[in-house]
Design a protein around this ligand. Sequence first.
Ligand SMILES: Nc1ncnc2c1ncn2[C@@H]1O[C@H](COP(=O)(O)OP(=O)(O)OP(=O)(O)O)[C@@H](O)[C@H]1O
Ligand SMILES: [Mg+2]
Length: 634
Amino acid sequence: MSIVKRLPDSISQKIAAGEVVTRPESVVKELVENSLDAGAKNITIILKDAGRTLIQIVDDGAGMTREDARISIERHATSKLTTIDDLERLTTYGFRGEALAAIASVSKFEMLTRPSRDELGTSVQVEGSILRSCESTACDEGTSISVRNIFFNIPARRKFMKTEATEFKHVVDTVTKCALAHSDVHFIFVSDGDLIFDLPALVPLPERIEQIFGNRLRGALLPVERVSSQLHVHGFISAPSFVKRVRTEQFFFVNDRPIVSRSLSYAVASAYEHLVEKGAFPSAFLFLTIDPSHLDVNVHPQKLEVKFEDERGVTEEVRRALQEALSRATQATATEGALAPDMAMPDVINAGSDPARMRFPEYATPSNGNGHAADTRVKSAPHSEGLGTLERLFGAKNDDLFRGKAVETLPASSPAILARPAVEHTGLAAEVLKDKPVLWQLHNKYIFSQIKSGLMIVDQHVAHERILYERALRSMEDNNPASQQLLFPRNIDLLPREMALVRELLPELEKIGFQIRFFGGSSIIIDGIPADVRAGREEGILREVLEGYDEYGENRTIPSRDALAATFSCKAAIKAGDKLGQEEMHILIEQLFETQMPYVCPHGRPIVIKLAIDELDRRFGRSPVESLAKAEAL
Ligand SMILES: Nc1ncnc2c1ncn2[C@@H]1O[C@H](COP(=O)(O)OP(=O)(O)OP(=O)(O)O)[C@@H](O)[C@H]1O
Ligand SMILES: [Mg+2]
């Protein structure tokens, strides 16, 4: 008897669907692409429970006749391709004729559709590939598809769905890409009754970028435009001083199809090579137009990648296009008398500061209804100036703005860390804590001190980072946040992606001292902040924490608490460049040596370097002085 058997359709369909439909986001992607292929000018996306319960896409595109509607849900049924040669002339997103079949095989699927010339439309209902009904009905022109209870018949897949916040974030990314590719289409995106996006059509690209991302990049977008025999590259990139720590703002489109591409990411990185720090990513919104016959779009199950016939040539063209855009901007700023050399040394930490913005011509047209979201973001926070360095170091205290626990729990002179059971100090820690050596600050960056064996150098930023990191971890573990209540709660508008992250991280954010309430669609209210955050920095720090946390991505290998504590401490810590007085340096050093691990920062960088006197003697050609202690191992 043969052991090789043909699988029944019900199983093979589910297996095939697994390639196309991996999560709610893939359903949104396929359905929105179908709407775009159908020429829709208005597309509404509705989610419930991040798509677990409902994904509905409504469009005003061409619609389908009853016959077409019935066939469209069958496998390999498409109107977009008839011969294999059509693949070389493709101008549509779809071509495989499998998306609707795949979606309908793993969900409870309902479609209402009507072409404009017909009076009556069609309603089709399918449940896990089984056609339940197909009948005439009155409905709007266009197509509305509802996908309920995704993976209801594949429990393993349902189980593998990530948290709602993560799934939602993926949908936001996809809607973002579709909306960037089609500023001629009006997109509305509603999730659990909240309006996430309302992006009116017919706007220039910079305005669409602003509709989606807020005005962070206003005036900082450099136009890209290069035409060669094989390729047209156009779009916008950010000025080098407007960079992010994450690559999430780099978008590539080939013939309007959003793609991910290592070689195009590489092209961006190499164009900015000497303009931005390592680990800093400029924003890029790049559109490549290329003859479809020089392209294979059929190389990825979810069509997320394409293969260029001449991958190297395309990469090189894109790199050149970007270099040209960057050098045009440099020339423009140089002739305006601005400090062009600054471009070569952008300050990632201060990226986004207003003076930098001033240096680039404005391409964005403000005045859009959505602008309000980001306006709050660039307003400089009140009370951020004129703070003493102690406050900068250890958060606000005795400030009229604040009341509550902070002052009692974390006064600068008796930090929470000292309240822990005393650690037995040995070696350098014991020496420094006992002798309280004199400290010098070098270039507002390093702290120098004489120790028995020679010289100790401490990096002030990473030292403070270590202190805050351990404090944050402890607050999370003990669930005993040291929080300062804001007298005037801060209302902040967030981007959908940031909102999803806040929801995901809320329990942990609360444990480190943030007190956050959700307020309508895209707003949150900050009522309280960690005791270590200084007044006026709450918004910046929260945003930076979200951005930094995002860096670890969905498949974080380190536990999320660690990641959160590490990013929080990095963002809240004093920076290189902050001037410190004697007392501040002493507190810093004291607190550093009270930590569990004073020598390495949460990201693995060294905090303390020791230079043995023997080593100095050797370098100066002296014989080592006998009486000096040998360098202890750190
Ligand atoms: N929103 C829509 N409006 C009008 N027609 C649609 C819509 N969605 C699907 N169709 C029709 O149904 C067909 C099948 O859609 P389906 O997404 O399964 O395949 P496809 O888009 O042709 O290819 P792919 O599987 O690569 O997406 C399409 O070719 C199109 O003719
Ligand atoms: Mg399709």
